[in-house]
Design a protein around this ligand. Structure first.
Ligand SMILES: [Zn+2]
Length: 382
């Protein structure tokens, strides 16, 4: 009885091996695939036939070259077939974004909202509308969704949000009217997805880094050797709750003087006397002393917290993301000074994805599922 099962398992892992090699190469010949995977040419031929039939891989003609004479057939990810839907609920916005198998953004919509204290079901109903519009936009481009991933400022167990203190949500089961897909819906912490977004789509991101998502809350995603570090209880990276002042203001986590209470967006806006982030940025550009002081003070505190993080984890780089990316011209020097004052010397980078990092990471996580387990997609498609 173990024979066929073993065979099915081997086929699944070989499909993943071949698809990963195609994804990494951009375009590759069957002969080269055989070399890099160690599979025979006849195995490659069968696996590639299945991947092409399933709409995951397409054949293209390579330009003629001097040594080959006539054009050869190359294999590449099929960018017109399958896509991933990324969704995000955050404290001050909702977002939906679609990426194709090659990682290109095909649809993006962000709606600014103050979601704090709003009933969860009301927010999720609005998110469902964004998801439906994104699904329709994908269908118009003839892209079929392989699955969806929702980024939340908290933690989830399966498709239930179990903790989102900045939204004032406790246990919230999530049901969205999504079309049936191979991988279904998954939910993940937004700071983790932002780090993965940076790893997959960022420019020149190293394999060991800490990505800081500065929003109203402050989260961090820790990437070690190109893999996300989640911690024993999925709580790794709670940078916002690193305590900088044990006698400081109370925090939603039950502690006091946490970094995000002192240097999160709300704290910066309050110190600057600015009504919104865009107004804060405008005042910084205009050289407003109070706004610049508020941002620099926050930067120093973020730098102090990151000096401890650096001493613990020794990453190659720290990436400032979210709102901190938008404020980087005025925030980054203060962060750098505080790091230097504490003898911590990671490379200090600014996210090229900014506030889109988490929802890009969410959509990318679906694409990753396809590339890591194409057999599930092919089996679901039948
Ligand atoms: Zn806290």
């Amino acid at each position: 009885m173990s024979g066929p099962v073993q065979h099915a398992g081997m086929r699944a892992s070989n499909l993943a091996l071949v698809l990963r090699a195609i994804a990494e190469a951009d375009a590759i010949t069957r002969a080269r695939l055989s070399t890099v995977t160690g599979l025979t040419k006849s195995s490659i031929s069968g696996l590639v036939t299945d991947l092409v039939a399933g709409g995951l891989v397409e054949e293209t003609l390579a330009p003629p070259s001097r040594d080959r004479g006539r054009p050869g057939t190359m294999l590449a990810l099929h960018r017109q077939g399958v896509a991933g839907l990324g969704l995000e609920v955050n404290v001050d916005y909702l977002a939906a974004l679609v990426v194709d198998l090659g990682g290109t953004v095909r649809y993006r919509h962000v709606a600014t909202r103050d979601n704090r204290g709003r009933p969860a079901q009301e927010v999720l109903a609005e998110l469902a509308g964004l998801a439906e519009a994104a699904t329709a936009a994908a269908a118009e481009q003839r892209l079929g969704l392989a699955g969806a991933c929702l980024a939340v400022p908290g933690a989830a167990d399966g498709t239930t949000i179990v903790r989102a203190p900045n939204l004032e949500w406790a246990v919230v089961p999530v049901e969205l009217p999504l079309p049936a897909t191979a991988y279904g819906l998954s939910i993940e912490n937004e700071a983790n997805l932002a780090a993965l977004g940076e790893l997959w789509f960022g420019t020149a991101t190293p394999r060991d880094f800490v990505h800081v998502s500065g929003e109203i809350g402050i989260g961090a995603g820790i990437v070690v050797g190109g893999e996300l570090f989640r911690g024993a209880h999925l709580r790794a990276g709670e940078l916002g709750h690193v305590i900088l002042d044990p006698d400081g203001p109370p925090c939603s986590c039950g502690g006091r003087g946490c970094l995000e209470r002192l240097a999160g967006l709300d704290a910066i806006l309050q110190a600057a006397g600015a009504p919104s982030r865009l107004e804060l940025e405008r005042r910084c550009r205009d050289g407003d002393d109070r706004a610049l002081g508020a941002v620099a003070d926050a930067g120093r505190l973020v730098g102090v917290a990151l000096a401890s993080v650096t001493n613990l984890l020794d990453p190659d780089a720290v990436v400032l993301g979210g709102v901190f990316a938008a404020l980087a011209p005025w925030l980054q020097p203060a962060v750098a000074d505080a790091l230097a004052d504490h003898a911590a010397k990671p490379e200090l980078l600014v996210s090229s994805l900014g506030p889109d990092a988490a929802v890009r990471g969410a959509a990318g996580a679906v694409v990753r599922q396809v590339i890591d387990d194409p057999a599930k997609f092919l089996g679901w498609r039948g």
